[in-house]
Design a protein around this ligand. Structure first.
Ligand code: GAP
Length: 494
């Protein structure tokens, strides 16, 4: 059956995620906390597998990239130096009737999407370019004018009664230290990158790293988003997987192009159709960048950013050098074309930054399929998560055909052997067909059924999720068969 990418399908994915224990609203029994989510028993596994895929591809497969885990709390001066205290703002606007707050650029982007859907491509392009100009110039009055000119109404009140556009800082702050007087205001980090920049020399020296080299990390970030929507797409607490690649000044463009391609390849290896991805080069550059592009994925609500690749120049290290008074320079004793050492310099940085939660959402949406299995005689269907086997939360489900005759014991014996290498699930309730359907719905690539024949000849039936094909195999070959499909080599060798 053709994939339905409508709003309806998105709603189905969200309810599927809850029903099967992938994602829950945070504090749901208290009516939830807006834009904060918890990952359930299968969600935590899927998330870990995405992290592992990223960590292996970005850290372990590269001799010149290492990973760290820096603290969420950092010295307040870090955020002054990085520009976040003064410049990490979103333009916001309130509707005076509904009292609802919106991001001005988001209202305009929604209008652009609507123009595109209605085939008004000229209008969409003109509005896009006017909005980019206004954002680049930080012209808040112009943003308001554009909202008025394009007759954008509040989705709640339906009126066009707007306040002025104002800047709103996205960082959360809290008090550090127990004593009211002695306590200091600190921020919850809005990106993990700064933990890498401040540790640049620690890692370079202790790891004897030579340029070009990278430092990577996975961790939580916090942003007080003005509007939060589309499920786990825009959250106030989320996770990032970031890598800063330190290069010689002048070689930044070369590495920017390299990482653009490498990161797209990481996505492509999962088998997603290439038309689902595109690059979106930034017209408005962040305060730290000289080039930037987004890798966008076609979600049911349109093409949206999943990952950013930014050429951050020497901005961050220079700022930290200035604000801390500590040298952030690297001594490069490799010889240049004139046969002289490159000498001391502050490296340039190419950053790859992907939102783990967005990647999780992309993965669920891409895998979700409602398949019609009806034939001429009977109606049938199944809901399937066509996850790459490396990402699947459960790799193999083990079923005894019945709950008696020693079949459960034999099934557990098989599972106790497989569970060292593969995340397994044991199930003995309901008919086999029902058990297959439940595993299809959570993306388990293999189901192993133990029956009476197993007791005689040590063979089992292995059933493949995507084809529903069943195969009789010897128990001693199970390990090898499952490993051949779930090994990280299947993804990382591509
Ligand atoms: N260090 C650079 C940086 O943070 P960014 O484009 O602001 O760049 C990088 O964020 C990625 O983090 C985005 O591509 C997105 O996937 C993810 N991200 C950003 N804000 C998010 C939010 N509020 N909720 C979920 N993911 C978010």
């Amino acid at each position: 059956m053709a994939k339905n990418t409508s709003d309806e399908q998105f709603k189905n994915v969200i309810s599927h995620a809850k029903e099967y224990g992938f994602v829950f609203q945070s504090s749901e029994i208290y009516d939830g906390l807006s834009a904060v989510y918890d990952y359930g028993q299968l969600g935590a596994e899927l998330k870990n597998n995405i992290k592992t895929y990223w960590w292996k591809a970005m850290v372990q497969m590269h001799e010149n990239i290492v990973g760290i885990d820096s603290a969420i709390f950092m010295h307040p001066k870090v955020w002054k130096a990085s520009g976040h205290v003064d410049g990490f703002n979103d333009p916001m606007i309130d509707n005076k009737d509904s009292k609802k707050r919106y991001r001005a650029d988001q209202l305009l982007e929604d209008k652009i999407t609507r123009y595109e859907k209605d085939g008004k491509t000229d209008k969409a392009a003109k509005l896009q370019s006017d909005m980019d100009d206004a954002l680049k110039a930080e012209d808040l009055a112009m943003l308001k004018t554009l909202i008025e000119q394009h007759e954008i109404a509040c989705p709640v009140s339906g009126t066009k009664n707007w306040t002025e556009v104002r800047q709103f800082n996205l960082m959360f702050s809290t008090q550090f230290g127990a004593m009211a007087e002695g306590s200091e205001e600190v921020y919850l980090r809005p990106e993990t990158a700064q933990g890498i920049f401040v540790n640049f020399l620690n890692v370079q020296k202790s790891g004897r790293m030579k340029i070009p080299f990278g430092i990577a990390q996975i961790g939580k970030a916090f942003r007080n988003e003005v509007i939060a929507r589309q499920f786990i797409m825009r959250m106030r607490e989320f996770e990032q997987m970031e890598m800063q690649f330190f290069v010689r000044p002048g070689e930044d463009q070369k590495w920017f192009t390299y990482w653009k391609e490498a990161r797209l390849q990481w996505h492509a290896a999962l088998g997603t159709s290439p038309e689902k991805y595109r690059f979106h080069d930034h017209a408005k550059l962040a305060h730290y960048a000289n080039a930037a592009t987004d890798i966008e994925f076609e979600f049911p609500f349109g093409f949206k950013e999943v990952e950013g690749i930014h050429s951050r120049t020497d901005f961050d290290l220079s700022q930290h050098q200035e604000f801390s008074g500590k040298k952030m320079q690297y001594f490069d004793n490799d010889l240049n074309e004139e046969g002289k050492p490159y000498g001391n310099y502050i490296p340039y940085v190419i950053e790859t930054s992907i939102g783990l939660d967005r990647m999780f959402l992309l993965t669920l949406i891409n895998a979700f399929e409602e398949q019609d299995l009806s034939d001429g005689e009977k109606q049938d269907s199944r809901t399937l998560l066509r996850l790459h086997p490396c990402l699947a939360p459960i790799k193999v489900a083990i079923f005894p055909l019945t709950k008696k005759d020693g079949l459960p014991e034999k099934a557990r014996e098989i599972m106790n052997n497989l569970k060292f290498d593969f995340n397994c699930m044991y199930e003995e309730k309901d008919a086999i067909g029902k058990r297959y359907r439940r595993q299809d719905a959570i993306g388990t690539p293999f189901c192993v059924t133990v029956d009476h024949q197993t007791l005689e000849d040590d063979t089992v039936t292995i059933r493949h999720r995507d084809t529903m094909e069943q195969q009789r195999v010897e128990i001693k070959h199970l390990d090898e068969l499952i490993a051949s499909k779930t090994s990280w080599k299947t993804l990382l060798r591509k």
